[in-house]
Design a protein around this ligand. Sequence first.
Ligand code: ZN
Ligand code: ZN
Length: 302
Amino acid sequence: MIDVCLLGCGGMMPLPDRRLTALLIRVSGKMVLLDCGEGTQVGLQLAGWGLSSLEAVCFTHYHADHIAGLPGLLATLGNSGKKTPLCLYGPPGLFSVMRGLSVLVPPLPFETYLVEGPDSRKGTIRIGEAKLSSIPADHTAPCFSYRLQLDRAGKFDEKRALKQEIPQCLWKRLQKGESIQWNGRRIESQMVLGPRRKGLKLCYCTDTRPTEEFLRFCRASDLLICEGMYGQEEKRPDAIRKKHMTFSEAAALARDSGSKELWLTHYSPSIKDPFVFLDLARDIFPNAQAGEDLKKKTLFFA
Ligand SMILES: [Zn+2]
Ligand SMILES: [Zn+2]
């Protein structure tokens, strides 16, 4: 399963009741943060999932509304006694951003690994048993969109395992897809597992125009979290010029990709209440929901 918590759903500027962009994901006991806008630390406290299992912070891009929460978070992680490494991942520019932040952040008691993703090729990191991939987005700065995939192994076939005299103490590891050397015999998980079953797919894109590449990338996602910078369709020229999306463009992405559910996020500060415009999205994609700070969901295997 995958746990999701939208820590902040604001774009550009925080509001009294809306933090800036950040999405917290937990999978197989490990956490990853996608974006880290102002107020992310408050969101993390309210989410209540702790900090100790945070493995990575991945950025769509380095506009302040997506990264200004990072120096404070790093300092807090240091003060909390974190010893395990932290991976920082994002599009080109990460090294110079981190050089700049070194003026603000004291030396840290844990290692940081910087992975500056390729500009035009796909990049992938592992979070627990899940795979996090990125592709370039279409924004005014180098920007990535993300996809987290959790595969699901085939069903364990006890009869096959017994017939092949595979000891029961190995079954759990084989179920997880491991291959095991046992008393001079190599036992592969395929020997006891049925065909692969449908896994889970979570996609996240903000600060981008809709692209054909992203449409393919997020095909059949269980949950698509997508920017809706502008509510009214009359704002589409602004969206095109500033490389953002309207609610209905986000909804069309959800519909055309065959996604199951859409959460809108990254609202312009001029949108005081996203629910006012929600029907513009629901007319196109009925399972569109307005993201809110601390909106949570757990995605389960079907
Ligand atoms: Zn933004
Ligand atoms: Zn931006």
